[in-house]
Ligand binder design. Structure first.
Ligand SMILES: Nc1ncnc2c1ncn2[C@@H]1O[C@H](COP(=O)(O)OP(=O)(O)O)[C@@H](O)[C@H]1O
Ligand SMILES: [Mg+2]
Length: 422
């Protein structure tokens, strides 16, 4: 920033430099600290208007913002009212002049300076002033300091005001960045909420509008096969079988989408549950699949956790079904084990299949995403998305890595170990 412009060639303006007093330096440090902690513009204005007045022992101080082509006198701290809330064209007031020229202006007698709109000052107490722009390049505002008597601000006064203006500009920039960050977070949250809302709306439609016609299709398919089984050609029986299988698949899909959508919002009824009991119940439900695939399932010790039993049961079920479906095609082997590490509970479900390649280790958790192994079995790509969502709602994580000796190992980590008494 250029050195102060002294008005009217007044020699007294050039009087000896005085170093800022210890008191003024202390006040400046306080203002700089307060500005560093300010989180909004109102607070910045509050700090600056008081600090500016006290720093140079002025009778008044104003905080002026550049607002398009105008100077907006946002607020003031003064012995008598100045121009709070008023706007003047940039080229019709001294704050505008200091912004347009990026220069601090020192005026010992305003009535001798033709840059001053005298009419605007006649009703005020102001006789002399210093106007300090905020920010060197393209000032965003200015700090006005005023005295009722004729006074030539010392170089020390000017330095103090320039330092205050520098800190003000940094604080305003930080707030701008903070606002921008907040705006982006809000936008992102809004987008996420919108997509969750879309999905919930879709689930609602799926539940009410698709389930009923689907039940009708299944019902009629059932009826036709009951009535005409004997007379039906083999193509007819085949086609009807396809209709029934596809209807069952669609019912499963609707159910999975509904579960996924409600997993994020439905109230969690949390209790202390035994993961061993949860797993036994899952294996019992999957007995037919296990037998038909000739799978062997080994269950080691499993801890207690705090969580929703029905939701965690579906998580384990998804992982076990995947381990069987994507395990070794001839003799799938599944191992389920767990333990407590520090404050966390770990559960691992591993298999002897082809595993998940590193480039698919995140994407397979996306909704409707099917990985390479997915080509081996029918599926919808919802299971892991659902599982991760449920685990996240429990404050935990679900990830995949290599199992010992090949295959995939899904690790579920839940917070909060629970003892048998807990
Ligand atoms: N145990 C596993 N071994 C190898 N790949 C797996 C395993 N479990 C899941 N995957 C991969 O993750 C994808 C997504 O799984 P999931 O969300 O359960 O949907 P789906 O089983 O319907 O495909 C699967 O298509 C498969 O590629
Ligand atoms: Mg699956």
């Amino acid at each position: 920033m250029n050195p102060p412009v002294l008005a009217s060639g007044d020699d007294s303006a050039l009087r000896a430099t005085t170093a800022p007093s210890t008191h003024a330096m202390g006040r400046l440090v306080q203002a700089v600290r307060d500005l560093a902690a300010a989180r909004d513009l109102d607070r910045v204005v509050e700090i600056v208007r008081h600090a500016a007045r006290e720093l140079v022992d002025a009778d008044g101080a104003t905080f002026v913002l550049r607002d398009e082509g105008q100077c907006f006198y946002v607020d003031e701290d003064a012995i008598h009212p100045l121009w709070r809330g008023q706007r003047f064209p940039l080229d019709a007031c001294i704050s505008g002049w200091s912004m347009l020229h990026s220069e601090q202006v020192v005026i010992p007698d305003i009535y001798l300076d033709d840059r001053i709109p005298h009419d605007a000052y006649r009703l005020t107490f102001v006789k002399s002033l210093v106007m300090t722009p905020i920010r060197t390049a393209e000032p965003v505002g200015s700090i006005g300091t005023y005295w009722a008597g004729e006074r030539v601000a010392t170089p020390a006064d000017c330095e103090l005001l320039l330092a205050l203006a520098d800190s003000t500009s940094v604080a305003m920039e930080s707030i701008r960045i903070l606002d921008e960050l907040e705006r982006r977070v809000a936008e992102r949250t809004h987008a996420l909420q919108a997509s969750n809302h879309d999905l919930a709306a879709f689930a609602h439609v799926a539940a009410h509008d698709l389930t009923a016609p689907l039940a009708t299709i299944s019902g009629y398919a059932e009826l036709i096969s009951d009535m005409d089984a004997a007379s039906m050609s083999s193509e007819g029986t085949n086609a009807l079988g396809k209709v029934r299988r596809q209807a069952a698949r669609m019912a499963g899909l609707i159910d999975a989408v509904l579960s996924y959508s409600t997993a994020a919002t439905a109230p969690l009824s949390v209790s202390t549950i035994s993961l061993r009991d949860v797993t036994d119940s899952v294996l019992c439900d999957l007995a037919d699949l296990i037998a038909s695939r000739g799978a062997s399932v080994e269950v080691a010790d499993l801890p207690l956790v705090r969580g929703s039993a029905p939701l965690l049961e579906r998580v384990v079920q998804n992982l076990v079904v995947n381990a069987i479906s994507y395990g070794d095609p001839v003799a799938p082997r599944v191992r389920i084990e767990g333990g407590v590490r520090g404050a966390e509970v770990h559960v691992q479900v591993s298999d002897n299949g082809g595993g998940v390649t590193p480039d698919e280790r995140e994407s397979i958790f996306d909704m409707f995403s099917r990985g390479t192994a997915g080509a081996l079995a029918p599926g919808s790509g919802i299971g892991l998305a659902f599982a991760r969502r449920v685990v996240a709602r429990h404050g935990g994580t679900l990830t995949v890595s290599d199992a010992e000796g090949g295959g995939a190992c899904f690790t579920l980590v839940l917070p909060g170990r629970v003892t048998a008494e807990g």
